[in-house]
Write a new protein. Structure first.
Length: 206
């Protein structure tokens, strides 16, 4: 059984941050690369970028957006990214690529770093961290899947042995998902009730 009591252990949290670091850094680098591509290739793929933005805008409800709506929407996307790990993170990579490309393309359209940061940064810090971590979790799941496959086809190993070797990684995945949910709750509240008022306030000084 997985010892979920580890979650409250300072020792576990310290070791968890070390173990999760490579996955998070790979996810971060890939995400930033897609954002950069979205910005640098915006003029080339202008029609595609505009179509993606229109699609996103069309899915936004006409009535006032609540924190509950934002949380459910973002949670769905992040769960898709995480679940993609069972399919070797192919779908996860595609979702991250689209998200990063749209952000880079949006920055190119706005072409105002202050405006962009004021309306994105307050909630984006939490939302994007959750998304990047979700991709890292997807990679972790893919690693477990590969281990289990090795347990089937490698005569020197078994599924049980590979599962036992992955128990700590599974615990890290569960804790990461818990942390992702907390980040998305914070992001949804900030985006729904604080981002626009704060941005409008500070924009008066520019």
């Amino acid at each position: 059984m997985l010892d979920l009591k580890q979650f409250v252990s300072r020792k576990y949290l310290s070791e968890y941050s070390t173990r999760i670091k490579p996955y998070f850094l790979i996810s971060l680098v890939f995400f930033l690369a897609t954002v950069l591509l979205g910005f640098l290739l915006a003029d080339v793929f202008k029609s595609i970028g505009i179509e993606l933005l229109n699609q996103i805008i069309s899915e936004v409800p006409k009535q006032s957006i609540t924190a509950t709506y934002l949380f459910k929407n973002n949670l769905t996307v992040n769960l898709i990214i995480i679940a993609g790990g069972f399919l070797f993170s192919i779908i996860s990579t595609l979702v991250i690529f689209i998200n990063g490309f749209v952000i880079g393309f949006t920055y190119w359209i706005i072409s105002n770093p202050i405006l962009f940061m004021l309306y994105i940064l307050p909630h984006g810090i939490f939302e994007l961290t959750a998304t990047i971590l979700s991709f890292g979790v997807s990679l972790m799941i893919t690693r477990i899947v590969c281990r289990l496959i090795r347990g089937i086809f490698n005569k020197e190993s078994t599924i049980k042995k590979e599962y036992d070797n992955s128990k700590l990684l599974i615990t890290d995945i569960l804790f990461s998902i818990f942390f992702i949910i907390i980040l998305l709750l914070l992001a949804a509240f900030i985006e729904a009730y604080l981002t626009v008022p704060l941005a409008n306030f500070f924009m008066r000084f520019f």
